[in-house]
Design a binder for this molecule. Structure first.
Ligand SMILES: Nc1ncnc2c1ncn2[C@@H]1O[C@H](COP(=O)(O)OP(=O)(O)OP(=O)(O)O)[C@@H](O)[C@H]1O
Length: 255
């Protein structure tokens, strides 16, 4: 399923926070959204997920959700949002129970997503027994269990230390390479954007507008830590963002 954003604009309490956002999110691609604090990244994700409606423009879903899709637009949050009293498998089964899927069918789905996220040996562990990186892998497995058309990822790695972040990026790349998924991935981290994004959307400071869309053709599984061409892209993105970030920072201090 493709998603199209058509001329999205929004204000909160008379303050314009977003203006004229038009964007294609193609099936099977990861679209990263970067931009300074307060430019509207999370708000845009809520519009795409249908949690909130924009005042102007519209979000259009084009085409069918994949077969077996239980929840077309599925979120993955920074804080994992796992139930502490449920095991890894129990956290995943919860989203299936919501759709009346139990027994052998649920087990087959849980086994599959645990294998895809390399968590098969931890099915019975409780969240408190897991590292931050593993908790986020559980959250990713839970999202995959509903076979979403689009994963909406709001700073999914930002609560993790830098080594764990590297490992999770590798995991996301191998997950995508084996079975491409569609994602909108909000991040402050330009390194994540150049490692994971097919398309990187740079928003300006508030009111958020698209400043530039940077495409990266290099296949995800050929993007390595420290690649010179990715470093160049990252520098370019930072040049685009620097002035915006500085101005946004000053604005927030003056509030
Ligand atoms: N429910 C709300 N009511 C009023 N203002 C809001 C609401 N949600 C967001 N805003 C404002 O809209 C603007 C965009 O917020 P948003 O959280 O989407 O930005 P962001 O780019 O995700 O920020 P950050 O990078 O700091 O997470 C901000 O000025 C924020 O204060």
């Amino acid at each position: 399923m493709d998603i199209k954003l058509e001329a999205i604009g929004h204000s909160y309490d008379g303050v314009r926070v977003m203006r004229d956002i038009t964007l294609d999110i193609p099936d099977g691609r990861i679209v990263c959204i970067v931009g300074p604090s307060g430019c509207g990244k999370s708000t845009l994700l809520r519009f795409i997920g249908g949690l909130e409606r924009p005042m102007e423009g519209r979000v259009v879903q084009m085409g069918e959700a994949p077969e077996g899709c239980l929840n077309p637009l599925t979120y993955i949050f920074q804080d994992f949002a796992l139930l502490p009293w449920r095991s890894v498998a129990g956290n995943i089964s919860l989203v299936l129970e919501d759709h009346g899927i139990k027994g052998a069918k649920a087990k087959a789905i849980i086994d599959d997503v645990l294998a895809r996220t390399k968590l098969s040996d931890f099915a019975q562990a409780l969240p408190k027994q897991l590292s931050g990186g593993m908790k986020q892998r559980v959250a990713i497995a839970r999202a995959l269990a509903v076979n979403p058309a689009v994963m909406l990822m709001d700073e999914p790695l930002s609560a993790l230390d830098s080594q764990t972040r590297e490992l999770l990026m590798d995991d996301l790349v191998s997950l995508w390479s084996r079975q491409p998924f569609t994602a909108v991935y909000v991040t402050h981290n330009l390194n994540e954007a150049v490692r994971l994004g097919h398309k990187i959307v740079v928003l300006s400071r508030r009111p958020g507008q698209i400043r530039e869309v940077v495409e990266i053709d290099k296949p995800l599984d050929q993007r390595q830590f420290g690649d010179a061409d990715l470093d160049e892209k990252q520098k370019y993105l930072w040049q685009l963002m620097r002035e915006e970030a500085r101005a946004a920072d000053a604005e927030l201090l003056n509030v």
